[in-house]
Design a protein around this ligand. Sequence first.
Ligand code: FMN
Length: 163
Amino acid sequence: MKERTLIVYYSQAVGNTKKIAEKIQRATGADIFKIDTVIPYEGTSEELTTQGQQEVDRCYKPELKVSHINLDMYDRFIIGTPVWWYSMAPAMRTFLASNDWTGKTIVPFITSGGSPGHAIDDIKNICRGAVFEKDKSIQFDSIELNEQITTDEEIEKWILSLI
Ligand SMILES: Cc1cc2nc3c(=O)[nH]c(=O)nc-3n(C[C@H](O)[C@H](O)[C@H](O)COP(=O)(O)O)c2cc1C
């Protein structure tokens, strides 16, 4: 039986993670799901950076519009998050902690400004019982945030390995 795949992503600052998630979706034809917080992040990018730091430091788990999904419908999950303060974005922490990943395959990918820290390890630690494969760290610039540094070629090669 063909493997059923769901792409789950969170994207906030400039849409980098969304861009990659949609690229994967176009190539694989997989279902796609964007997670979102009940309370939106507002304010300047400086305020977001400060709030984000406070949230990451205390492993805060913001409430999501939808946090629980029926995992039974899928075998493999391609999970994408921006890096916030060397870890995953808090919204992704909520999502991963709200579901039982036992026996599932997870392909984690992260987008960052070049300092991914321990984001992938943190994802692996939350999703106990899952099998991990083909994790990918994708770099954007750290000033304007939206210039892709990892080459298209490298990203496309990774996406082809997921088909
Ligand atoms: C609150 C916050 C914290 C961030 N922390 C880091 C970090 O620790 N390391 C890093 O390389 N980039 C960091 N960034 C940059 C983002 O990871 C990067 O721009 C990402 O691609 C944004 O994805 P998005 O547009 O999908 O939200 C941070 C961005 C924000 C908003």
